[in-house]
Design a protein around this ligand. Structure first.
Ligand code: SAH
Length: 239
């Protein structure tokens, strides 16, 4: 009896300790996420309340690989599987802000990656259509987004260069991999008064542009120099 009691006691103690630690780390992530929003976003030039609110809610640490989870809220991009990257929080915020998203907007994303950017856009009230060329990444992101309840996001595996004509036109297009020129199909699938943010340029060194469609013409504005992974076709050749 005494032995049984002490075993039960030990089990109870272990459960208590692990639960306390698990809760602690969730609280730590909440705290780190708030710090990220105030220092890295508000501390710079992010003022769109919808962006700030969305990024203080989306659990970024669940979108990065387990072994880098503790780095999820730092001021940098991080590697994800298949030699791809999840963008720096500030770049996610800047691109989301540039798109002036309103609830109910239809948004096309090229380059689902981890699914983090798609979650932020969905949290801002957009209906998100996102395309990923690496099927494992796309499927993994789709699973996580569903688990977290982001049912306004639709994921497709395929070549995003071609856009998603079945759902066009889009109020906004966000491209998170870099072609060397702006893909014609994406310009065509942009609605009147639609906005597109896209990094354009050679591997490792690109410019981020904001394009706006007015009276069927594209107005182009440079935002800043950036570094994204290249946009590739199904054979792996860069666009
Ligand atoms: N938005 C992502 C980061 C994407 S990294 C996030 O929030 O995590 C860029 C992604 O673009 C990579 O996953 C890469 O596989 C994908 N990609 C590259 N070329 C593509 C193409 N032609 N169509 C769709 N996705 C592409």
């Amino acid at each position: 009896m005494g032995l049984l009691n002490s075993i039960l006691g030990m089990v109870f103690f272990t459960v208590l300790v692990t639960q306390t630690f698990a809760q602690c780390s969730e609280m730590d992530y909440d705290r780190e996420r708030k710090k990220m929003v105030s220092r890295q976003l508000q501390g710079r030039d992010i003022t769109d309340a919808r962006v700030l609110e969305a990024m203080s809610k989306v659990p970024r640490h669940l979108f990065v690989p387990l072994n880098t989870r503790n780095l999820a809220y730092q001021d940098s991009a991080l590697p994800i599987d298949h030699e791809q990257t999840i963008s720096q929080p500030y770049i996610v915020a800047l691109m989301s802000q540039a798109l002036s998203i309103k609830p109910g907007d239809k948004v096309l994303e090229i380059g689902t990656g981890s699914g983090y950017q798609a979650a932020v856009l969905a949290e801002m009230g957009a209906d998100v259509f996102t395309i990923e060329i690496v099927s494992e990444l796309g499927l993994q992101a789709e699973r996580l987004l569903k688990e977290l309840g982001y049912d306004r996001v639709e994921v497709k595996i395929g070549d995003g260069y071609l856009g998603w004509p079945e759902y066009a036109p889009f109020d906004a297009v966000i491209v998170t991999c870099a072609p060397t020129a702006i893909p014609e199909p994406l310009q065509q699938q942009l609605a009147e008064n639609g906005r597109m943010v896209i990094p354009v340029g050679e591997s490792g060194f690109q410019q981020l542009y904001l394009l706006t469609k007015k009276k069927n013409r594209i107005i182009q504005q440079k935002i800043l120099d950036v570094r994204f992974v290249p946009m590739v076709d199904e054979k792996g050749n860069t666009y």
